[in-house]
Design a protein. Structure first.
Length: 107
């Protein structure tokens, strides 16, 4: 009788990181010192697509950084704080199906 292959370690019930938690995961592996410009952050992280909501919608980090309106971040904490507000705005912008339906009906 053949042995069964090992089961995947991916737990479907385990929540997937999104928003600033996902960015913080990228920051842990990045070679980035603060203060840092928006451009330096994008280059150090290679402008990843980041999940911005639990539904799985993704957005490029550069787009969210642009929403902060800031060109320079004095600390990692400042970056994450500013990104928190930007991710909230991104989620509220509703660029999915619901927003499209609202645009059709003028809502």
């Amino acid at each position: 009788m053949a042995a069964r292959p090992p089961q995947s370690n991916d737990d479907p019930d385990e929540p997937t990181a999104f928003g600033i938690v996902a960015v913080d995961d990228h920051l842990q592996d990045a070679d980035l010192d603060f203060p840092a410009s928006r451009r330096e952050v994008v280059e150090a992280l290679d402008d990843p697509s980041v999940r911005c909501s639990p539904s799985g919608r993704e957005v490029d980090l550069s787009a969210v950084l642009e929403r902060t309106g800031r060109q320079r971040f004095d600390s990692r904490q400042q970056l994450l704080d500013d990104l928190h507000d930007a991710f909230e705005a991104e989620r509220d912008s509703g660029t999915g199906l619901v927003a499209w339906l609202r645009s059709l009906f003028g809502g």
